[in-house]
Write a protein that binds this ligand. Structure first.
Ligand SMILES: Cc1ncc(COP(=O)(O)O)c(C=O)c1O
Length: 387
């Protein structure tokens, strides 16, 4: 038999790195606003706790599900902040949200199943559902209604094969924090059609102007059909640490543990001590980081709205602005390409997130300090003045 990659590799969509790949290797003076990589350094007390754990010899195999004290701290936080009644036994520590969602998709989607994504969607979810053998169906939300959750836009895409809906709340790329009412609509759809919800809440701590984050699992009847996932990645500037978690009812967590423990056994023991410090440390450190993200957001949204042909809706959460550029007459890809080649500012085309994102750009403001954002906005202003 010839050696060949498995069909799950050859027959699934290729991985696409969008504008990041286009900008790679360019010699120009680029400003990178295309990746969701936090600008800040990881807070010192988290590093200190990790170094102390290493020095104390926490270098061996540990609990498959994750350190019990870290799982307890996460369960406590979920109870306090998310109104989720889960125990430490219902939490698995993962390598970032990426591993959490891969495990969840693999554990609950079979070949022939369909997984529904709300669009604009997060492209990684397409790859994961396909690797699990499932078919992706897209429910495009309406830009003119601020990409709100709307039953009439979602329900027609549900078939007898649909097993799950993937939700991102707060939403990358739109910057929406879904209201309780919107989540209630999605909960009713999930219950009426007996669907599981994969709830990616990686941005749950990054909300602005009092927009309250609600976990869909906290709504009546949803705990038993929701896999909630979080991570330290964005809020604590720990993207390189690869630390996240899955939290779900005991009946849902067992299948996920079979995946994570087969895949990586467990997450590095000593970094989990860093995560514990992130949760138990001074909350002012986290709120300071979010205040600085708010200042970045304020600058970028205000400046985008001064550019001709650009309209940027309020950003309720996340580290992304998602301005509408349809009035310029350019497609989002054309606009992102021209910004790259003519100004050196790298932003993502809205179409990268599905056809529903066409006419928009995704501008990450959380990945650069204010003076860099200032310079990027100046270059973009000159560009839009001239088109
Ligand atoms: C919606 C969403 N989910 C998951 C991730 C990946 O998170 P992690 O780095 O924790 O794997 C990202 C990163 O940009 C994201 O935007």
């Amino acid at each position: 038999m010839p050696i060949r990659p498995a069909r799950r590799i050859t027959d699934t969509s290729p991985k696409n790195f969008g504008m990041f790949a286009k900008a790679l290797g360019m010699e120009a003076d680029l400003i990178h606003l295309e990746l969701g990589m936090p600008a800040e350094d990881t807070p010192q007390h988290i590093k200190d706790a990790t170094i102390a754990a290493l020095q104390a010899g926490h270098v061996h195999y540990s609990d498959l599900q994750g350190l019990p004290e870290l799982r307890s701290a996460i369960a406590d936080q979920l109870r306090r902040k998310n109104a989720l009644d889960l125990t430490a036994e219902e939490v698995i520590i993962t390598n970032g949200l990426t591993q959490a969602s891969f495990a969840a998709f693999m554990a609950f989607l079979d070949a022939g199943d369909e997984c529904l994504l709300l669009a604009p969607f997060y492209p990684q979810h397409v790859g994961k559902a396909e690797l699990a053998g499932a078919k992706v169906r897209i429910a495009p939300l309406d830009a003119s209604d601020r990409f709100s959750i709307n039953r009439t836009l979602i329900e027609p895409h549900i078939t007898a094969e649909t097993r799950a809906i993937a939700l991102i709340n707060p939403c990358n790329p739109t910057g929406r924090v879904y209201s309780g009412r919107e989540l209630q609509i999605l909960a009713e759809i999930a219950q009426d059609h007996d669907l599981l919800v994969f709830s990616d809440e990686v941005y749950q701590d990054i909300t602005y102007d009092g927009a309250p984050h609600t976990s869909i699992a906290s709504l009546p009847g949803m705990k038993e059909r929701t896999i909630t996932m979080g991570a330290f990645t964005k809020s604590h500037a720990m993207d390189g640490w690869r630390l996240g978690y899955i939290a779900a009812d005991a009946r849902l967590i067992g299948p996920c543990l079979k995946m994570t423990s087969s895949e990586v056994t467990h997450v590095n023991t000593f970094v989990q001590h860093g995560a514990l410090a992130a949760l138990t440390g001074d909350p002012a450190i986290l709120s300071g980081m979010i205040d600085r993200d708010r200042a970045r957001r304020d600058l970028v949204v205000a400046r985008l709205n001064q550019m001709p042909g650009v309209h940027c809706a309020p950003v309720e959460g996340t580290i992304y602005a998602f301005p509408d550029i349809t009035a310029t007459g350019m497609t989002s890809q054309e606009c992102a390409d021209r910004l790259l080649y003519e100004t050196g500012v790298v932003v993502e085309a809205g179409s990268f997130y599905g056809a529903a994102g066409e006419g928009h750009l995704r501008v990450c403001f959380g990945c650069a300090e204010l003076p860099v954002l200032e310079e990027a906005m100046m270059r973009m202003q000159r560009f839009f003045n001239s088109v």
